[in-house]
Design a protein around this ligand. Sequence first.
Ligand code: GLC
Length: 506
Amino acid sequence: MSVPWWRSAVVYQIYPRSFADADADGVGDLRGITGRLEHVRDLGADAVWLSPIYRSPMADFGYDIADYTDVDPMFGSLADADALIARAHELGLRVLLDFVPNHTSDLHPWFVESRASPDAAKRNWYVWRDGEGVPNNWLSTFGEQRPAWTRDHPTGEWYLHSFLPQQPDLNWDEPAVEAAMHDVLRFWLRRGVDGVRIDVAQKIGKDPALGDNEPGRRHDEDWPSVHPRLAAIRRVLEEFDDDRVAVGEVYLLDQRALARYVTSGDELHLAHNFYFLRLPWSAERFRAAVDEFELLTHAGGWPAWCLNNHDHPRTATRYGHARARVAAVMVLTLRGTPFIFQGEELGLTDGAVPAEAIVDVDRRDPERVPIPWEPGPGTGFTTGRPWLPTHPDADRLAATVQDGNPASALELYRALLALRRATPALQHGSYRPVHAAPDLFAYVREHEGERVLVALNFAPFPRPLPAEAEGARVLLSTHAERTGELAGDEARVFELGRADQAPVAE
Ligand code: GLC
């Protein structure tokens, strides 16, 4: 069997509100994205994942969906979505959509019908409980921790919402819900999408008895029922062809639990790793995390790596510009499928959003500011008034400014993606950590005798190279000037002799 495309792919996440605005209303849209897809192709990525584009009241900026099978007018139309998919395919890019199965908007007709009366036909499509006090100790996400339950009028019963009250949880214990959500998938798969990113995938299995969360055991997610439900989603993808991919946002901070979502061979193909994403800047911590996940998945299962997205501060903000370059080399050379968040390839930091301009319920605005395509007002994102302030460093970090400058983040990403594409060991090779000085994380990737050594210096001062690097050809470095040591914050990639010609003792 040939290697599935998503194993060697690099996926680029697009946050539609902030990518490109074609109709000058200050909010990004599908025609804007279509017009900018060449940037993604020129970067060397293989696929795009679009955060939600569906009809939504935007209480959670599209993660509160009122119609799963229509595009929000703010983003365009179904015809615009078709055109986007067609253009992406023309450019050789696959398209993944966000699939949000855990909750709808409170304005979704299903919920409107469900809340009307305890006897409503769709009452059981959501999770309702009667009683004086909150049904259990489950908490909702966002800001301060509040009960995940809201008492509703006119029935006086409580409904479950793992996120905002405007995002009622669907009841996946009701077979009709599961069937309806499968039809949603089919609707988009028929339109040609190549896969889905599944929002909070761990949450579609909850304790049906609504038991209280206990220390060490949550009842509101990661319940055993989640696994057959994800397997059923996988089977819907397979009704089409073997090429459609399911990527889970599995927000569990335990790699052992996470691995169970990708190792059975019949559930998710890929799952984002938030334990990894949240690590502090430490060679030891990253190496330990990677080694553990490698061990958990090497018999089956393929890792996915990313260090930021629309919910988290950007890498260049968390770690700083120099370290973000080292992080880029790491994410793009580990064994697994890397995900890049739009703007990461520009080395963007979080934007500056003054308190009065914050619009997100969880204050995630800074990582969501519009992409600076060019210097000047609107930064090439919009000719209107942008929904969030444009990036304060646009003059320095805009794509047109970086283009062709070998010292830029953009050219580093392009070089890394080109190197991956040209190097089977980086795409498919095994992973073996190598002994290295403190503050270094170093590993060899090997495929059919071809071997590549990656050495990452997490310290801001020079460090000796691992012994394996002796005499090896340099394929890439974060630094233009290179010495016999790794400079502070330098990452270097080497081509080693073929394993069958020059065995290196460990
Ligand atoms: C996921 C999304 C996030 C959203 C939440 C609720 O974590 O990435 O943006 O707010 O789910 O849908």
